[in-house]
Design a protein around this ligand. Structure first.
Ligand SMILES: Cc1cc2nc3c(=O)[nH]c(=O)nc-3n(C[C@H](O)[C@H](O)[C@H](O)COP(=O)(O)OP(=O)(O)OC[C@H]3O[C@@H](n4cnc5c(N)ncnc54)[C@H](O)[C@@H]3O)c2cc1C
Length: 473
């Protein structure tokens, strides 16, 4: 029997598992998707918000503020990138300036670092801000991460320290019998003392399996453009002033120098409907209010994510009042990414009450070798040790065979084209995998020792990847 079963390997599930992996307790994480971070945690704005914005007194406010402060150390611990690039919230009218004043008061009340700038001062730092911007709130403690990297690294370290990860396995039923949960999936039956519901848009369905009808979750889609990293036209995150619809349409530089433009917000019936739509070009008008000279000609990709929006209008992070040891980590829409380290700490220290001792030994993950970040001498040294690090597979991002093999052979390693892409970036560049995807398929098949016809775009069971080059032969 497990001590804890976590349903969902998004950022909350992965960080809870990571936290628990430091203790002497048996944990299994189950996710219906073929990889971690395939839900909201893999398709968001990647911002570690400062905590300037959520309503006072809410869980969103409490966990965002704490999470923002925890991120730099967490990323250091996991050996992944965190950049505190800062943000501007910009106003373009007297009415918007009033909203900005409310945010300034939040910063004062919450001890969030800030500075107030005139439109001119803001434009001297960010020349592509619209001429209509009259005032800006600068939030230097705002950061960015690569969101799926947080999940992958946390889960890798958790698995290296004994956590069991079950991917491609859907929880179908949960029964509470005496003091244990019996969890039935499409592949097996598991038992545990605690059940953590971190199932994103489906957290209400998971709770419903044990008769809890506390909240209803609707998927709210957000769509984005991605600009090529040769065109970083803003240095900071640019937010418009927030409205009742949320934080609005943003420009967000990424860890790798691309810029995300988005998201919009639309409720959708189908919780799997994360395709971009004809509404996407509507973003351009909104972006034009706060920015100018937007290089739309350098869009290389589009994507959409689904926010798990609860009718609670706040995160639900608590033990259920009727079903003992059922832990809700639900209705985690934005700022869920920013809040997740603090949510995980709270769940593991306050809600899972068992006093599991800390493990005497804890294995730390090895950072990736990123050839692009090495000096010429370091590159030569690396290639001398392993010639695969000298064979470039992805021409746009300059990713070597050695880097690809590394991410396939790690715990929580890549098993699909997108799994490799997320972990070391082949296919993220200008050609979007046009040249390297057929080769990635061959490498996956050969390294995993499986037939190439079984390699999929997203993982087992997803769309089969057809290698056009080979099909023509
Ligand atoms: C467009 C958009 C922009 C956002 N921008 C930001 C931002 O910039 N900053 C920020 O802080 N937050 C942001 N967020 C919010 C943030 O992404 C989420 O709060 C966070 O990712 C939620 O993580 P999670 O682990 O709770 O859920 P998810 O990542 O959705 O994970 C839930 C997992 O549960 C699994 N699951 C569901 N049902 C089952 C089942 N029956 N059996 C097994 N597994 C199951 C799913 O497969 C999924 O992997 C944004 C969200 C979106 C969509």
């Amino acid at each position: 029997m497990e001590d804890v079963i976590i349903v969902g390997a998004g950022v909350t599930g992965c960080l809870i598992a990571h936290n628990l992996s430091k203790k002497e307790c048996k944990v299994t994480v189950i996710d219906k998707n073929p990889d971690v971070a395939n839900g909201a945690s893999g398709s968001n704005s990647a911002i570690v918000h400062s905590g300037h914005d959520p309503k006072s007194g809410t869980n969103k406010c409490k966990f965002n503020l704490l999470g923002n402060r925890m991120y730099p150390d967490l990323c250091k611990e996991l050996k992944i990138a965190y950049k505190e690039i800062g943000a501007f919230v910009v106003a373009t009218s007297p009415e918007e300036e009033k909203t900005l004043d409310g945010l300034i008061q939040n910063c004062i009340d919450r001890d969030v670092p800030y500075e107030v700038l005139t439109g001119e001062e803001a434009r001297s730092e960010e020349p592509n801000l619209s001429d209509d911007v009259t005032k800006a709130l600068s939030l230097p403690s705002t950061g960015i991460v690569t969101p799926w990297e947080v999940c992958i690294a946390a889960m890798e370290e958790a698995v290296d320290n004994g956590t069991t990860l079950k991917l491609n396995e859907e929880v179908k039923a949960i029964e509470k019998k005496d003091d244990r949960f019996i969890v039935t999936t499409d592949k097996g039956v598991y038992e545990s003392k605690y059940l953590v519901d971190a199932a994103g848009v489906y957290a209400d369905k998971i709770a419903g399996m044990v008769g809890i009808e506390k909240y209803h979750i609707t998927a709210r889609r957000g769509e984005y453009y991605i600009l090529d990293h040769k065109n970083q036209f803003v240095e900071k995150i640019i937010y418009p002033v927030p409205s009742d619809k949320g934080k609005g349409v943003l420009a967000v530089p990424t860890i790798h120098g691309n810029v995300l433009l988005g998201p919009n917000a639309e409720f959708v019936e189908d919780k799997e409907d994360n395709e971009t739509t004809a509404a996407l070009p509507g973003l351009r008008k909104d972006l034009g209010k706060t920015l100018k000279n937007i290089p739309f000609q350098h869009i290389i990709h589009t994507y959409a994510g689904l926010r798990p929006t609860g009718d609670t209008h706040d995160f639900v992070i608590e033990e259920d009042d009727k079903v003992k040891n059922f832990i809700h980590v639900s209705c985690i829409e934005s700022p869920g990414l920013a809040s997740s380290p603090a949510i995980a700490k709270y769940v593991c220290e306050e809600l899972i009450k068992e006093n599991y001792p800390l493990k005497k030994e804890y294995k730390r993950r090895k950072p990736h070798i990123i050839m692009n970040e090495l000096s010429d001498d370091e590159k030569a040294e690396m290639i001398k040790k392993d010639k695969d690090y000298g064979k470039i597979i992805c021409r746009c991002e300059r990713i070597s065979l050695g880097e690809i093999k590394d991410v396939i052979h790690r715990s929580c390693g890549a098993v699909s084209i997108n799994g490799v892409k997320k972990r070391c970036r082949p296919g993220m560049g200008t050609c979007q995998g046009g040249f390297c995807e057929p080769q990635i398929l061959e490498i996956l098949a050969s390294e995993l020792g499986v037939d190439r016809s079984t390699i999929c775009k997203n993982g087992p069971g997803s769309e089969i990847f057809v290698n056009p080059a080979k099909e023509d032969l």
